[in-house]
Structures are given as structure tokens and as C-alpha cells.
Design a protein around this ligand. Structure first.
Ligand code: ATP
Ligand code: MG
Length: 383
């Protein structure tokens, strides 16, 4: 790899991936391909240098856009905007001094780290020389309460100087934990649950049950807009749109159990789609006790008969915590727009305790299996 003197680059660090033993390279390859996909269209090249990626910027590279997109890539713990020089003390100090000159009026921390130890100088020497230069320039130095950190990293092939570091979401690269079906509503919670599933490496397949009379209407709703935001983190995910009318007609008998039966119906649909898509988990945005329908017995009853694990990443979250995350993820403003969710149609005064035997009986009486297969036949997949 040819590195140009004083070339401006982005260094990408992948924290947790180092814990992954023998599979490490599989995770790193996945991360590289996800980065390429998310940064598609940007004028860049991605190279790997030991335990980091270097993003080389082309002439037309839009740095702000690239930085924004890197913030969507799970598996990256942080990234730095850096300049390159030779792994020689003179070159490092000269670049470091040049960067210090731009930090006038700031309190500066200087740190240095050698990844390659077989060099005739050490980190202390670099820091001492740069500290002396900084004092001559009249800069204040401090390891606590500083405004900017000038970070030097020396490898065998090159040294990097950076004073801009940005946190990224961490976690594992999307797809490295296989596929999962996410039951996606128009509400605040399920997009956040999808985000947490993706954060742990799950490639999402969204399933939405809509109350419209046609797929066209569902596709004009806010749901595709929500999946578009979630696509920033995992481009090109599939969404299944399925109508609720077959269920609505069949479930009239369920009375105050209708909402629990609707959830059971959704989980059965999700399981069938998961099997077809090679997914092994189902995710929902439920959190214990958040609404009357989300009691322990209701959660147990709705998933009775579903063999696939039903995971609820938000189970211990307070609503305020979920809202804060939804704002960060970018789905909140869409989620609060009015929407005729099938759950809100059915949610008047639901039972807070559901006996599993009672649930089994209701499923039989309403012929829920047949409702599921008929609904699956009238679904639509958006890719
Ligand atoms: P959310 O904010 O995600 O809608 P909620 O607090 O409104 O959640 P419910 O309406 O009871 O709670 O929904 C619980 C979960 O059921 C949702 O998080 C989602 O996973 C699933 N769900 C609800 N409505 C739908 C729907 N129309 N299509 C698919 N899944 C749904
Ligand atoms: Mg809801």
C-alpha cells in the first residue's frame, strides 16, 4: 500500500471485534463489505492496515457525508481524521508541530502510541519533543480537562497524527449474527428494537401488518419512510407488507382477547416468513408493563406455540429511554406522526391476564392457522 506523505485519511477502529478469536477475520471482512455498501458512491478507497481500516480520500471525497455515514456502521467503535507521515521521529515531530500550530488558544493533550515496537525511538520521546514545541508556541498542555487531543500512532509502515476522533455505534457488523425478522409497527418502539437487533449483527427483515385495503396505500404510508431511515444502518433490507383484514374478520369472537390474539397472529406470520428467509429469531418492540397488553402473562400467551426465539431488546427500557434512542436513530419524528396502526384499532381495554389454555382454545375457534396462511398469500415484499 502506497501512503503519501501528509495525506489526509480516515482511520477506522473496530473495538469489540478483537474479542472474537478465530472468527475475527470473518467479522472484519463483513465490516469491510458493510462499510463499502454504506459508503457506496463516495470517492474513497478502503485499505486494511493491521487492526484498523484506512479510508483514502479521493479528490471528490465529501468528508462530511462520509463521516455521517460512518456513524451508521455497526462494528466501528470510533474513527479519526488523520494525517500520514513516515515512521521516523523527525517526520513525526514536524507533522505534529504543524498540527499544533492550528490549535492556538486551546488546551491540548498530547498522546502517543507505538503499535510497532522495533523502532529506535519510543512514545515518551515523541511526547517530550512535541510538548517542548507546544510550550514554545505558548499552548497550554493538560491531560485533564483539555479541548483537543493530539494523538500520534506509529506503525511499521507509517505514523498517523490526528486531533479529531468521533465515536461510532460499536456493536457487531450487520449480518454477522445472521438474519432476524423484526415486527415493525408505525410506533416509536419497534424501530428502536430493530436498531438494537442490528447493533448485535442481525440483518433485519421487516414485517408490517397494515390496516389498509390495498398494498399501494400501505406503500404510501410512513412505514417505507421508517424503513428508509433504518436502511441507513443496513441498506437494502426487505419489508413484508401484509393486510390485517382477514384477521379482523376472523377474530371478532375474541372480544377482550383480540389484541393478544393479534400479537399471536403476528408472531405466527413472523415465524413463517423467518423460515422462508433463513432467519432464526423474531424481534418485537415490546417492553414489560409499558401498556396494558404487555404483561408477563400476555407476552407468554402470545408466543405460545411459536418455536423460534422471540427477542425483545427493549424489555427493560423506560419509555423516555426509548424516545431518546428513537431521536438519536432518526425515527422519532416519523413514529409520532398519526398512523392507524392495527394494534390501536384493537387495543380498547385488553385483558391484562391471559391463560395459555384459553389462548389455545381461541386460536382453534378462530382458525388462526388458516388466517395466517391466507394472509401470507396476500402479502407483498418490498426490496
Ligand atoms: P410500538 O411503538 O413498536 O408500536 P407499542 O408500545 O405501541 O410498540 P404495541 O402496539 O403493543 O406496543 O406493539 C408491540 C409490538 O408488536 C411492536 O413493538 C411491534 O414489534 C409489534 N407490532 C405492533 N403493531 C404491529 C404491526 N402493525 N405490524 C407489525 N408488528 C407490529
Ligand atoms: Mg404500537
Amino acid at each position: 500500500m502506497k501512503l503519501n506523505e501528509h495525506e489526509k485519511i480516515i482511520i477506522v477502529h473496530f473495538g469489540e471485534l478483537w474479542l472474537r478469536g478465530q472468527n475475527r477475520n470473518v467479522y472484519i471482512k463483513k465490516l469491510a463489505s458493510n462499510m463499502r455498501e454504506i459508503l457506496y458512491g463516495e470517492d474513497i478507497r478502503i485499505d486494511r492496515l493491521y487492526d484498523r481500516f484506512l479510508i483514502r480520500l479521493g479528490r471528490d471525497a465529501d468528508l462530511e457525508s462520509i463521516k455521517k455515514k460512518l456513524g451508521y456502521v455497526f462494528g466501528i467503535s470510533n474513527f479519526e481524521i488523520a494525517y500520514i507521515t513516515k515512521p521516523e521521529i523527525k517526520a513525526i515531530c514536524s507533522l505534529g508541530e504543524e498540527m499544533l500550530e492550528g490549535l492556538d488558544g486551546k488546551i491540548v493533550k498530547i498522546s502517543s502510541h507505538r503499535t510497532y515496537k522495533e523502532l529506535p525511538f519510543d512514545s515518551i520521546e515523541i511526547m517530550d519533543k512535541l510538548a517542548t514545541a507546544a510550550k514554545k508556541m505558548g499552548l497550554s498542555l493538560s491531560n485533564k480537562g483539555f479541548d483537543v487531543e493530539l494523538r500520534i500512532n506509529v506503525t511499521k509502515d507509517a505514523a498517523f497524527c490526528s486531533c479529531e476522533k468521533t465515536s461510532a455505534p460499536g456493536g457487531l457488523p450487520v449480518g454477522s449474527s445472521g438474519k432476524g425478522v423484526v415486527l415493525l409497527s408505525g410506533g416509536i418502539d419497534s424501530p428502536v428494537a430493530a436498531w438494537y437487533a442490528m447493533k448485535r449483527g442481525v440483518e433485519p427483515i421487516y414485517v408490517h401488518i397494515h390496516g389498509y385495503s390495498s398494498t399501494d396505500e400501505a406503500l404510501k404510508s410512513k412505514i417505507p419512510e421508517i424503513t428508509k431511515i433504518l436502511d441507513r444502518y443496513s441498506p437494502g433490507s426487505k419489508t413484508y407488507y401484509l393486510p390485517s383484514h382477514i384477521f379482523q374478520l376472523g377474530a371478532i369472537k375474541a372480544g377482550r382477547y383480540e389484541l393478544i390474539l393479534l400479537k399471536a397472529f403476528m408472531l405466527m406470520i413472523a415465524e413463517k416468513i423467518a423460515e422462508k428467509e433463513g432467519a432464526v429469531m423474531i424481534f418485537t418492540g415490546e417492553s414489560l408493563g409499558q401498556v396494558a397488553s404487555q404483561t408477563p402473562s400476555n407476552l407468554a400467551a402470545e408466543q405460545n406455540g411459536v418455536e423460534m426465539p422471540v427477542l425483545r431488546p427493549l424489555i427493560g427500557f423506560d419509555k423516555q429511554e426509548i424516545i431518546k434512542m428513537a431521536k438519536q436513530i432518526g425515527t422519532y419524528e416519523l413514529s409520532i406522526l398519526p398512523y392507524k396502526d392495527v394494534c390501536s384499532i384493537n387495543s380498547k381495554n385488553p385483558k391484562t391476564y391471559t391463560d395459555i389454555g384459553r389462548m389455545k382454545l381461541l386460536k382453534k375457534e378462530t382458525k388462526l392457522k388458516s388466517i395466517v396462511s391466507r394472509t401470507l398469500k396476500s402479502g407483498y415484499i418490498s426490496e
